[in-house]
Write a protein of this length. Structure first.
Length: 88
């Protein structure tokens, strides 16, 4: 599990499935930054991980400040599923 900062908005939302560095990841949470007076384009600050890490995320069995951080441009991100299933 780690934080992924996406420069730009590829249209993903919570529970989106993305591929980054050849690994399929789930966006557990997304915070949109910079729309008011931030950088030229918004940034999405995502907490991402694998399906096996979902329970750890939901039970908050991690320290957010100790997670690794990676940054990527929106154009370089492969979106498999843009948002979670809302029919649940």
């Amino acid at each position: 599990m780690y934080h992924l900062i996406v420069r730009g908005d590829p249209g993903i939302r919570k529970d989106a499935i993305i591929e980054h560095d050849g690994e399929e990841l789930i966006c557990f949470s997304i915070n949109k930054q910079g729309e008011w007076h931030g950088p030229d384009e918004p940034q999405l600050w995502c907490t991402v991980g694998t399906q096996e890490e979902r329970e750890t995320y939901e039970k908050r069995e991690y320290v957010p400040h100790w997670l690794d951080v990676e940054t990527i441009d929106a154009e370089a991100l492969d979106v498999i599923k843009a948002k979670g299933d809302l029919s649940v």
